[in-house]
Design a protein around this ligand. Sequence first.
Ligand code: HEM
Length: 370
Amino acid sequence: HQSHPFYGVQQQGITTPRPAVGMLASFDVLATDQAGLERLLRTLTERIAFLTQGGTYEQRDPRYPPVDSGILGPSIDPDGLTITLSVGASLFDDRFGLDAVKPRHLQRMVAFSNDALDADRCHGDISLQFCANTEGTTIHALRDIIKNTPGMLMLRWKQEGTVPVMAPRSDGSTESARNYLGFRDGTANPPADNSGLMQKVVWVDHSNQEPEWARNGSYQAVRIIRNFVERWDRTPLQEQEAIFGRRRDSGAPMHGGIEHDLPVYDNDPDGKVTPLDSHIRLANPRTRGSERNLILRRPFNYSNGVEANGQLDMGLLFIAYQADLEAGFITVQKRLDGEPLEEYIKPVGGGYFFTLPGVQAGDYLGSSML
Ligand code: HEM
């Protein structure tokens, strides 16, 4: 009965350890004025508070539809569930009179050079990130929220994914799970349990020149990135490793060692060991000042079905959090534009959102924004 406390300064699902299952669902808000938006935010807060702590419900009268979908049975186990509420730039258009309080960097995602964005899988007024130990729990939570917000919220798109949770090895060391290109993913992520570092990298505070209400929120960048796995599986191993700049099996830097050894570029100015255009060297050149561009990645692998041409539709549900969207995701993605990995990946959807600050009992998510 693992549960994460819902009330707090910040929302759960960001620095909370990543469980096996993730889903990102994006919605349009159907409410047309601020009172309707407030009603929606109050309802979402109440549902998230219940779903993440669990409990039982009672069916009153069988002549009415069931209170709950029933897919988890009559009692709801929290199952490590977190639901993280974020808002898109479109929420700050003229519908709700919120343009004056829009977070400084919040903007509509525009296509990067390698993108082939599918309009049906982009943007949204609200995003909900669901993370839990099992898939039934995230689906149950999504259905509960849809059932409880009729006329208020309409689902736009969703993407689910999974990543195995890696138990520490017997010697206490840790290893990262692999993505669908076979490489360990998350190795160089800034450690989410280092709260001082998270204060700089992830959480908005006074120094970010953001509206006061946005403190302890964060920017969420979502990208649905297809992987051309058939082509990848026919690519020589040495080319794969040069593309990422790490060893495939161990996850170690190109100059050797173990997964969590830091890559060193000082003695390799020409990229003879770690290519200058490798994914990790472009994403984080580790030069002075580049720590400003750190982001916290929280991705899940997805496998959807089959494309019309018989290829697997699989890839990475990329989710990253940062205190500054421009210095974080946008800068890092611009550096990655043109990288050799592009031959094997195609971003097809996603969006930028602002994760609201946390909430205290008796209050509702987003109250300080209205
Ligand atoms: C590192 C895979 C997309 C930013 C890595 C690593 C792998 C990887 C295998 C090395 C291990 C690690 O430190 O996690 C992928 C794949 C992608 C993808 C398969 C797409 C399908 C992105 C995107 C961004 C990004 C869109 C941000 C715009 C980073 C960063 C690092 C990294 C910042 C750490 C570099 C370092 O500090 O050394 N990625 N990645 N990645 N990736 Fe990606």
